[in-house]
Design a protein around this ligand. Structure first.
Ligand code: GUN
Length: 298
């Protein structure tokens, strides 16, 4: 039996359509949603990501600004730019693409983004809100994964969920979102003693390690749902340069019940959820504005 494919590209298309409708409705009421994306330096992968984010905005009726700053930009200059965007009423979401050059303190930059504009959900107050079960912005990748699990009809309550990877961007928030849905969650990482044994217990396995084809079919429980967050480039051989996941797709699909492809799985969903978060930020800002206006008329 081969696994069912979870089509992230199709679900992302539907979500973008819903965002476009919400964006049009909010614009008609006088607030055009706006996203600012800041890229420091010329990392080729980051350049592609930010270009795609801006293109997605255009197609959904969200106003966007792309700030490309040279890699020599100082931390102070970047912080000043973030503060400007925080204060700009046309901008509802601020995203600083990671990683940043080594001379810039990433945490300091993230904590400077206004929490109500932090559409990545990386600010410590948004991370804390998620941890305490009252999320304001869910980080886009794990949020997209949850939407895919929902779409695939996966029952999470009581399920064994194993997350491989513990980054602040994916692994940790993913574990919290699964926990929120009452899964029994295990987080595995580079120091985990018997990774294969943990993976084999998983009803839901989320791979977010950044190592090409590390999770093989023999590490998967028959019938499990496998979500591949990996975005790796194959270094050599006949497929050099092509994108591949953290999961060895060919062996995994013979064992899993459902699996996400790379490309066409998690990637498009991450992009779609950024639009959703930006939309939510704009809707909240508009609601606050109208409350204030109602107050001033009283
Ligand atoms: N770099 C890799 N993924 C992300 C992301 O989701 N947001 C930002 N800001 N940078 C990233």
């Amino acid at each position: 039996m081969t696994a069912t494919l979870i089509d992230g590209a199709a679900l992302a298309r539907r979500i973008r359509g819903e965002v476009a409708q919400r964006a049009a409705a909010l614009t008609a009421r006088g607030t055009r949603p706006g996203l600012a994306v800041v890229l420091v330096g010329e990392d080729p992968a980051s350049s592609v990501y930010v270009r795609n984010k801006v293109k997605d905005c255009e197609e959904s009726g969200i106003f966007s600004v792309l700030d490309r700053l040279p890699s020599s930009t100082t931390e102070d200059a970047l912080l000043a730019r973030v503060r400007e965007l925080n204060a700009d009423p046309a901008i509802h979401g601020v995203l600083v693409q990671l990683p940043l050059p080594d001379h810039i303190d990433e945490r300091r930059v993230i904590e400077t983004i206004a929490p109500e504009k932090d559409v990545d959900g990386f600010h410590v107050s948004n991370a804390g809100a998620l941890m305490t079960g009252k999320p304001r912005f869910r980080p886009c990748t794990p949020y997209g994964v949850m939407k895919m699990l929902e779409e695939a009809g996966v029952k999470l309550a009581g399920a064994e969920a194993v997350v491989v990877g513990r980054s602040n961007i994916v692994g940790k928030p993913q574990a919290l979102l699964l926990l929120q849905e009452n899964a029994t969650v295990t987080i595995c990482h580079s120091r985990t003693r018997d990774l294969a044994a943990h993976c084999r217990r998983a009803d839901v396995l989320v791979a977010a390690v950044g190592k090409a084809r590390m999770i093989t079919g023999d590490m998967i429980k028959p019938g499990a749902v496998v979500i591949d967050v990996g975005m790796n480039r194959i270094p050599d051989g006949p497929n050099a340069g092509k994108l591949c996941g953290d999961v060895d797709f060919d062996s995994a699909r013979e064992v899993a019940g459902a699996i996400t492809p790379v490309p066409g799985g998690v990637g498009p969903m991450t992009r779609a959820m950024l639009l959703v978060n930006t939309m939510e930020a704009a809707e909240r800002a508009a609601a606050l504005d109208s409350e204030r206006n109602a107050g001033s008329k009283r």
